[in-house]
Design a binder for this molecule. Structure first.
Ligand code: ADP
Ligand code: ZN
Length: 523
């Protein structure tokens, strides 16, 4: 039996026995000159889908990638396999660029990596004309979608490739694909004739867990000590300062961890990244600046200390765990403050109303995932338009949450907000509202004369953290909103129905487990 040219390249050049999943169909289609749109989760094996057709077809495969920092690594890895690869980006000096260009023209390359902004330069297009192009591969294709979370204006220009080189096949690839992003990629890149290859987005070896945030650093320490001792992992934080503090906290507790964020100088960043890739059991504490394109197979956990801005971002970040297929944990701690902070960031963000509305929808979907009483995986895959059944490997499957009738609690909370607004023309954040419900005579309560409100002390059946959970869940259900710099609570149209007793409110019972770890340093 003679192997197809593609299979022969897979074995001889890359040293693998067989194709995985849809790879074979994709490679065959593109090698034969067809256009393709490939949706495959991180770790699914997207690179071979364009590398092998580029090697099989005459000419040079042009790869458009936004990951300038990783081009060198990708090209080195290909060169090590004997593949003739080069790149052109802004990090190079003139001489390096000239050499790569000369190799391209002489047909001495198999693959040429380009940053999308390069294609804005007419000289680059002229250069491409002087060689033979095997295909265009558009990596991280979701960057063309404004609906998504990672939009890059330079990607919009990529539709012109087809006008200039109509007979060259194009393959667009991404690991983030809601139905909306998927459709937008196809239309913006004018992939009208492309065949769509949609792999399953399930990552069965990842266990999804979302817990209420109480003492996040100690909760993290528990997770690491009890379940991931000595494991490599990524801890995501929203801000640079919390990255620094969390990394210091872990180190002070005897856990090997390094920070990574855009505020560190580039040498430290590069060093921490390469230590993470090379050493065993190192933890990177990072902002979301870390991770795109990082291929480390044995990341055993991804922990989020703050709420991600979108389900797509959450899926991508958690997807960096367990690329080797072994059991891994995706752990997220989230609290009321996350919601307040993100609403504030959306309100203050630049851009038009449509942009703010999109960000708001992203946040709502993320909150719905956090508050669901159904299987997390079912909810996650449904977001990507894929149906599935309860997984048995997420927190809600393993310990099904109880729900309780929170109608009366919601009415108490909403009527407190309503009275402050109607009787006093005041708006306050969750802290003051909860103090009133609990009947606490704090200085601020006395100062504002809030102990004379009829609702003062009507909520003593719940604890402070219980009330915080109620506020958070009402926010997630759209029964309450938060606005302004201080996170003041305001009613929504839907709140009124609850106050008028026209609807009931179902809430998820929180199991606030106290952290048991005794940290060596104060947090
Ligand atoms: P993606 O870009 O989709 O995240 P990669 O292309 O980086 O995924 O592939 C993920 C890992 O799987 C890489 O280590 C790659 O070498 C490996 N891989 C891909 N295809 C195969 C295959 N057919 N057989 C074995 N390993 C593969
Ligand atoms: Zn599940």
């Amino acid at each position: 039996e003679t192997a197809s040219p593609a299979l022969e390249v897979l074995r001889r050049v890359f040293g693998y026995d067989s194709f995985r999943g849809e790879q074979e169909a994709i490679v065959g289609h593109v090698a034969a000159g067809g256009d393709a749109l490939v949706l495959m989760p991180t770790g699914g094996g997207k690179s071979l889908c364009y590398q092998i057709p580029a090697l099989v077809r005459p000419g040079v495969g042009i790869v458009i990638s936004p990951l300038i920092a990783l081009m060198q690594d990708q090209v080195d890895a290909l060169n090590a396999l004997g593949v003739r690869a080069g790149f052109l980006n802004s990090s190079q000096d003139f001489e390096e660029r000239r050499m790569t260009e000369a190799m391209y023209q002489a047909g001495e390359l198999d693959l040429l990596y380009l940053a999308p902004e390069r294609l804005r330069v007419p000289a680059t297009l002229d250069l491409l004309d002087r060689g033979r192009i095997a295909l265009f591969a558009i990596d991280e294709a979701h960057c063309v979608a404004q609906w998504g979370h990672d939009f890059r204006p330079d990607y919009l220009g990529l539709s012109e490739l087809h006008e200039r080189w109509p007979s060259v096949p194009r393959i667009a690839l991404t690991a983030t694909a809601t139905q909306a992003t998927h459709a937008e990629i196809a239309s913006r890149l004018k992939l009208d004739e492309a065949r769509h290859f949609v792999a399953s987005f399930d990552r069965p070896n990842i266990q999804y867990r979302i817990v209420p945030k109480a003492e996040p650093k100690k909760q993290l320490l528990d997770l690491l000590r009890n379940e991931h001792s000595g494991d490599a992992g990524i801890v995501y934080c929203l801000s640079r300062s919390s990255v620094e503090k969390t990394a210091e906290f872990l180190v002070a507790n005897g856990i090997a961890a390094v920070p990574y964020h855009a505020g560190l100088d580039s040498r430290t960043r590069a060093e921490n990244q390469s230590r993470f890739l090379r050493e065993d059991g190192l933890i990177v504490v990072a902002t979301i600046a870390f991770g795109m394109g990082i291929d480390k197979p044995d990341v055993r956990f991804v922990a989020h200390m703050d709420l991600p801005k979108s389900v797509e971002g959450y899926y991508q970040e958690t997807g960096r765990a367990g690329r080797d297929g072994l059991p891994s944990t995706a752990w997220l701690a989230y609290g009321l403050q996350d919601v307040v902070q993100q609403r504030k960031m959306i309100d203050q963000s630049e851009g038009d109303d449509a942009h703010r509305r999109r960000q708001s929808q992203h946040l709502d979907a993320m909150l719905a995932l956090c508050e669901t009483v159904e299987c997390r995986r079912v909810q996650l895959l449904a977001y990507f338009g894929q149906e599935s059944t309860a997984c048995g490997n997420c927190d809600t499957c393993l310990t099904p949450p109880e729900s309780w009738d929170g109608t009366i609690a919601a009415q108490k909370l909403l009527s407190t907000i309503y009275r402050l607004q109607r009787e006093r023309r005041q708006k306050f954040g969750a802290g003051q509202v909860i103090d009133i419900l609990l009947g606490r005579k704090t200085a601020k309560v006395i100062q504002h004369d809030h102990d004379t409100l009829t609702v003062f002390g009507i909520g003593e059946e719940l604890s402070e953290s219980g009330w915080r959970g109620v506020v958070r869940q009402l926010l997630a259900q759209g029964l309450l909103a938060v606005e302004g710099d201080y996170g003041t609570l305001v009613m929504t149209d839907a709140s009124a129905a609850v106050l008028r007793k026209e609807r009931t409110v179902n809430l998820r019972r929180e199991k606030v487990t106290k952290a048991t770890s005794k940290p060596d340093s104060s947090s």
